[in-house]
Design a binder for this molecule. Structure first.
Ligand code: OAD
Length: 229
């Protein structure tokens, strides 16, 4: 089976009702990024950080996968599909996709501030100041904040280095190291960039630009790839 690697960003979930980061109604409009998504913010005002993520998590319990997420599942009939997402939502999993790597963490997970190996999945939306891990330390969102390392980047590089086909969906390609991943795909592998604002990425060969929303562009491309396979 050929390996098909998906690199998804916030635009993947936009039509599910999850705001993107950098479009005009973006998530950060009323909050500067460093106010809510950095270790310094957590140090200075943990309650505000918790509240911010609680609101995002609450929203996540109310949204559903869209046609783009669902179409990716169909690819598993003919391809070894590996999804590398910058998204912290669980919409790929809820659409049924089997292999999803969350580069920037997961909204429904929280972890110990004392022992990062202690990770828990919440079945409700609210994480409170005073909620503690089994070793007695405060729990924090399981999210990669600005200024923190991306622990899974090495695994992601390994996955994309073996890609026969690459789909980049709904990302502005400005946040590194995620934005650099496409550069590790084999030069000869066909690559598709589906995003209303997609652009030719410098240095990337065999790239087809699909200026469409994920809900329309992904099902159409999936049909084409399944026919060609
Ligand atoms: P951005 O908000 O930077 O970019 C969203 C992209 O989605 C843009 O290129 C839009 O054109 C596109 N878009 C909007 N609606 C779409 C639709 N319906 N279908 C397809 N594409 C659509 O989001 P990311 O590139 O994902 O990091 O941002 C990367 C990282 O920046 C995030 O993971 C987050 C943020 O800081 C962390 O939280 C660590």
């Amino acid at each position: 089976m050929k390996r098909l690697v998906v690199l998804s960003g916030a635009g993947m979930s936009a039509e599910s009702g999850v705001s993107t980061f950098r479009d005009s109604n973006g998530l950060w409009e009323n909050h500067r990024i460093e106010e809510v998504a950095s270790p310094i913010a957590w140090q200075n005002n943990p309650q505000m950080v918790l509240e911010f993520y609680n609101q995002r998590r609450k929203q996540l319990f109310e949204v559903e996968p869209n046609a783009g997420h669902k179409a990716l599942l169909r690819l598993e009939k003919k391809f070894d599909v590996q999804i590398i997402t910058q998204n912290v939502d669980d919409l790929h999993e809820r659409a049924g996709s089997s292999n999803v790597l969350h580069l920037h963490g997961e909204m429904k997970k929280v972890r110990s501030t004392l022992d990062p190996g202690l990770v828990y999945t919440l079945d409700h939306w609210e994480l409170k100041w005073g909620d503690k891990c089994e070793k007695g330390s405060q729990l924090r969102p399981h999210i990669v904040w600005f200024g923190e390392g991306v622990p899974l980047i090495g695994t992601a590089v390994e996955i994309i280095s073996e890609a026969d086909i690459v789909l980049v969906i709904g990302t502005s390609m400005v946040v590194y190291p995620a934005a650099g991943l496409i550069g590790y795909a084999p030069e000869s592998s066909p690559k598709y960039y589906i995003d209303p604002k997609a652009f030719p990425v410098s240095g990337i060969t065999n790239l087809t630009i699909v200026k469409e929303k994920a809900g329309k562009g992904v099902p159409r491309l999936v049909n084409q790839l399944l026919e060609e396979a």
